[in-house]
Design a protein around this ligand. Structure first.
Ligand code: NAD
Length: 458
């Protein structure tokens, strides 16, 4: 397996060295072909997502196919500007020179995707890699096998197969791949595996982006419109059944706000899913039996009380939305990322208490605040650290291409989407051009030895 991958990486590197991926025309051609792949195979891809995750068409289009198409549209629109050398400010000794920063592709990029948004998390990084002129090897997640197989089957039909390849596989395949030398590695997945990826890239000093996870807290204070807050928050847990890296993980609020929110959740669920969650085509499933059992263990081991939900069907990997109250911060459910439809609530009595609680833990990928109080908003902006902070909304920050998306600390390093994707996959090369003429040489001659006469004047 290892030697096969060596040959694959070498062939892709030869393709990169041919120089064709540096051409703007190649980049545009590939981006347009990727767009066609998504348009012409909508049914096949939505079907694969349904088989892997029971994803509704609305979610599949909005958070996967259309998401990547929008990224492509933005890249095609901005590519000219992104590729331009950026002039750099001159100093007195370089007034006659040209100074610029030229973005150049790294070379061969490895993209390792996660299972929860298997199209988005594999193809959105590819948009950035292509835009910046790289070749790429994609390794979609084996935990969403139908989608991974669809990507493996479609990419060679549409894209330049000398430059872009897909490798299907799980841990052994990824481990072997990571033994090869890449010029950039882009990983999405858990923090634990992120550390393994970082160690592997260290041996070659390969730069990497790590899009990781963790717990994304929510704080709701008493100044909010409770109905709107309840809707937005509940929706954030329902999308992909909470299996979203930026899903609201746990809720911090007072007992009073807790009561009001739970009172809103019940009628909302009845309105959104009139025949119940299980019968609804709009409600997904837990990805595997292992993940289903892990979630059950989290609930069982919690000291919290089940205030809402609890329904499930193991045969179908169906798990309804559950809300737990009076949860102890020491419970396992408050130690690890939930990544499922469970919302534990821990009571706090002030915004400062919430900030302290958040700051005592690992830096989140996303932090959510629901408050109309400008002072509280300012407190969260200035006194917390997270990949992103979203106030009075949830999940939508991911879809805004002008907002770089990524984590900090345990939730990741690096960012992408829109311009940030191009920057991630480009090395900024500093270029200085000076002529060899009389004037520049005379101005620069002060640097040459002997230095003695100048030393004496000091
Ligand atoms: P996963 O199991 O699909 O793993 C991710 C990738 O890593 C897969 O391609 C897999 O084959 C590979 N992998 C797994 N174990 C490996 C190992 N030991 N060595 C080498 N490669 C290995 O996904 P996951 O890790 O369960 O994904 C869920 C996590 O990802 C959550 O923590 C979630 O928050 C995070 N996530 C983050 C983002 C983001 O954009 N920041 C997006 C989605 C998911």
């Amino acid at each position: 397996m290892g030697s096969d991958y060596k040959a694959v990486v070498e062939s892709v590197r030869r393709a990169f060295n041919s120089g064709k991926t540096r051409e703007k025309s190649w980049r545009i051609e590939q981006l347009e072909a990727l767009n066609r792949l998504l348009i012409e195979n909508e049914i096949l891809l939505c079907d694969a997502l349904y088989r892997d995750l029971h994803k509704s068409r609305m979610e599949s289009m909005g958070s996967e196919l259309d998401f990547v198409k929008n990224d492509i549209i933005g890249a095609l629109r901005d590519l000219d500007e992104w590729m331009l050398p950026k002039p750099a400010r001159k100093t007195v000794p370089t007034l006659l020179d040209s100074l610029m920063v030229v973005p150049e592709p790294y070379g061969v990029v490895l993209v390792i995707g996660a299972w929860n948004y298997p199209i988005n998390l594999t193809l959105a990084p590819l948009v950035g890699a292509i835009s910046a002129g790289n070749t790429a090897i994609l390794k979609p997640s084996e935990i969403s096998p139908h989608t991974a197989r669809a990507i493996e089957q479609l990419i060679p039909k549409y894209l330049d197969s000398e430059c872009i390849k897909v490798i299907y596989g799980g841990i052994p395949e990824t481990t072997s791949l990571l033994k090869q030398r890449f010029d950039y590695v882009f990983y999405t997945g858990s923090t634990a595996v992120g550390k393994i990826v970082r160690q592997s890239t260290n041996q070659f000093l390969t730069p990497c982006t790590l899009e990781l996870g963790g717990k994304s807290p929510v704080y709701v204070d008493s100044t909010v419109d409770i109905k709107t807050t309840a809707k937005r928050l509940l929706w954030g847990k329902i999308v992909n059944v909470g299996q979203t890296c930026i899903a609201p993980d746990y809720l911090l609020c007072s007992k009073d706000v807790e009561k009001q929110l739970i009172a809103e959740f019940k009628p909302l669920l009845a309105k959104w899913f009139p025949k119940g969650l299980k019968a609804s085509p709009d409600y997904g499933r837990i990805v595997t039996k292992n993940h289903f059992e892990r979630l059950n263990k989290l609930v069982k081991s919690s000291s919290g009380k089940l205030a809402l939900g609890g329904e499930q069907d193991a045969a179908e990997l169906f798990m309804g939305i559950s809300v737990l109250t009076d949860v102890s911060p020491k419970d396992t459910i408050m130690q690890e990322e939930i990544f499922g439809p469970i919302l534990p609530i821990v009571n706090v009595n002030s915004a400062q208490e919430a900030v302290d609680f958040i700051n005592e833990r690992e830096k989140p990928l996303s932090l959510y605040l629901y408050s109309n109080d400008k002072k509280v908003q300012e407190l969260f902006i200035s006194r917390t650290s997270s990949g992103g902070l979203t106030i009075n909304e949830c999940l939508l920050q991911l879809s805004i291409e002008s907002l770089p998306f990524g984590g900090v600390g345990n939730s990741g390093m690096g960012a992408y989407h829109g311009t940030a994707s191009f920057e991630t996959f480009s090395h900024n090369k500093s270029v200085l051009i000076r002529d060899l003429g009389w004037l520049s040489e005379t101005l620069g001659s002060v640097r040459y030895p002997p230095y003695t006469s100048r030393n004496e004047t000091v």
